[in-house]
Design a protein around this ligand. Structure first.
Ligand code: MN
Length: 232
């Protein structure tokens, strides 16, 4: 190889036992909890006739693992969306996954924030433009350490939550998702080849709101994982 310049460092997340996982892509699903879809002015999909989910991506190097998030450029409305993050540990077979194949891809879970420049996203929505500038910016994906799936019991029995400056902001029960983890992976597999190191942000509950410089946040996945950080 005769690279013109050396490659940039590969973004990595850390497991609860101190190993690292190189991140390949960051996939996200929108409007996966009915209460949040409503607060954004959308009609939530019903489990019986849910159609296709809203999917988008962030760049892999949007990952933040030390909790320090610089307030982003070009926005006056930075919003938090606390989300469970699925971490894939294997490459998917070709084609649309079965539920069993989807479950077998999962290495573990983290708690993260799908940070959003809400004013820019709203402009994009109003003009029927892609969401990239509202969602896929630098430092837009703070994540916790990753707990292996083998150390978790029934995912559907767990909850995610967010406090900002000690005040509760968001709380969601994972049994209330419209698309559960295998469902989300199956939907993604219709459109993309899923690979080891892919992260999937699985959607946020109601209560999204603005963050200001100096705000301190604590996101929790049950009592299993905590992500603490600050907007700098
Ligand atoms: Mn989100």
């Amino acid at each position: 190889m005769n690279d013109v310049f050396p490659p940039l460092p590969v973004p990595r997340v850390v497991t609860t036992d101190g190993r690292t996982i190189p991140v390949h892509r960051i996939h996200c699903i929108g409007r996966n909890l009915a209460d949040h879809a409503r607060e954004m002015g959308a009609t939530p999909a019903s489990p019986e006739a849910r159609g296709r989910p809203v999917l988008f991506q962030k760049p892999a190097d949007a990952i933040v693992t030390d909790g320090r998030v610089p307030y982003p450029s070009a926005t006056h409305e930075l919003h938090h969306e606390v989300e469970l993050v699925v971490v894939l540990g294997a490459d998917a077979p070709a084609g649309e996954l079965t539920r069993g194949q989807a479950e077998a891809l999962v290495f573990g879970y983290a708690i993260g924030l799908d940070l959003t420049r809400r004013d820019l996203q709203a402009e994009c929505k109003a003009k029927s433009l892609p969401w990239d500038i509202g969602k896929g910016f630098d430092h837009s994906a703070p994540v916790s350490t990753v707990i292996p799936a083998t150390e978790i019991g029934d995912l559907q029995a767990l909850a995610i939550s967010l406090e900002v400056n000690g005040e509760p902001r968001q709380h969601g029960e994972l049994r209330d998702w419209i698309w559960d983890v295998p469902d989300v992976l199956i939907e993604l597999s219709r459109l993309y080849v899923l690979r080891r190191g892919d992260l999937v942000f699985t959607g946020t509950p109601a209560g999204v709101a603005a963050l200001q410089r100096g705000d301190r946040f604590v996101a929790r996945f049950g009592t299993l994982l905590t992500l603490e950080g600050e907007i700098t």
